[in-house]
Write a protein that binds this ligand. Structure first.
Ligand SMILES: [Fe+2]
Length: 315
């Protein structure tokens, strides 16, 4: 078999030929609009390893990106389902060594802002747009920015139980994994107090409850398929016995930013013994809290330097 040409010129050429000309997602029954940011579902997609998303292609991308925390993250060594996010952050190997030996070093590499990359960016921006188009105006009017991350992971690697603040689509390109997703609206599983801690800056706010594992929707996620993970839906992952390459397609939403401010406010007042009403229960309480929060809490993280993707607004 002839080896694939992975020079930037060849990859650029292939990206230009393959990017927006074809539909990348199949949604025959309207799942994207129906389940948008509410419940998980699986869908077929058309991004292939041959589009530049194989290990040599990801290694070349890792070289092209700025070598800063804003663009690259990697973690070496064993992780279990209850591990804290910072566990494994002690770097045992360089980024380049981690990528090169990914088949053997029980690691994960996360490459960020990849929709801005000159080689792989065109197809990823097309994917970001297609999700919004399929999901309809409810999503289009809510999205602030979108981002594509590339996840390269070792065989059998575990991503511990967590929640994300973004609206997410996990898209499998190479290898396979078992993905467990829980219902974000079940507050006996993901409690308001856990959400308050998470939105106030504790990335480990969601606590795994082994006795609730059977409540997970479990997906056997293979190359050519993706799964929608709504904002705040707890999830954890176990890779198959193979190297995995996946996309994490993320969107920051205005509605989530509002909810996040309310949870942060509630977390602060709970420390003083209050028992705050959860967001969404009382419109007037929410309005009062948002007004107070804007004076009391520093809300915005310091801006990054990366360029951002925003949806096109059609009239
Ligand atoms: Fe996640």
């Amino acid at each position: 078999m002839q080896a694939m040409d992975t020079t930037p010129e060849a990859l650029l050429d292939r990206a230009a030929r393959s990017a927006p000309a074809r539909a990348l997602i199949a949604d025959p029954d309207g799942s994207f609009a129906r389940h948008y940011n509410r419940s998980s579902f699986m869908f077929p997609h058309g991004i292939r390893a041959g589009d530049g998303f194989d290990v040599p292609g990801v290694a070349a991308l890792a070289e092209r990106l700025p070598q800063t925390d804003e663009y690259v993250y990697w973690s070496n060594g064993p992780i279990d389902v209850t591990a804290r996010w910072e566990q494994g952050r002690a770097e045992k190997h360089s980024l380049q060594d981690t990528v090169r030996n990914i088949a053997h070093n029980n690691s994960i590499v996360i490459l960020k802002h990849t929709e801005q990359d000159p080689v792989l960016g065109p197809i990823l921006r097309a994917f970001l747009s297609e999700v919004v188009d399929l999901s309809g105006p409810r999503m289009r009017d809510d999205v602030v920015v979108g981002e594509a991350l590339i996840l390269l992971a070792s065989p059998n690697r575990i991503t511990s139980y967590h929640i994300d603040a973004e609206c997410n689509y996990l898209v499998q390109l190479v290898g396979d994994k078992t993905l467990n997703v829980f219902d974000p609206s079940d507050h006996s599983l993901i409690t308001h107090e856990e959400l308050e801690r998470f939105h106030d800056g504790d990335y480990n706010g969601a606590v795994y409850k082994p006795e609730r594992q059977e409540d997970a929707q479990t997906y056997d996620l293979r190359a050519g398929h993706g799964v929608h993970i709504p904002t705040g839906a707890p999830h954890w992952v176990r890779n198959g016995d193979n190297v995995s390459i996946a996309l994490s397609i993320n969107y920051d939403l205005r509605s989530v930013d509002r909810m996040s401010r309310l949870y942060r406010f509630n977390n602060r007042v709970r420390r003083f013994g209050a028992r705050p009403t959860a967001p969404g229960v009382s419109a007037w309480r929410d309005r009062v809290k948002l007004a107070a929060a804007s004076r009391l809490i520093r809300l915005e993280p310091p801006p990054g330097t990366a360029a951002t993707w925003t949806p096109e607004h059609r009239t």
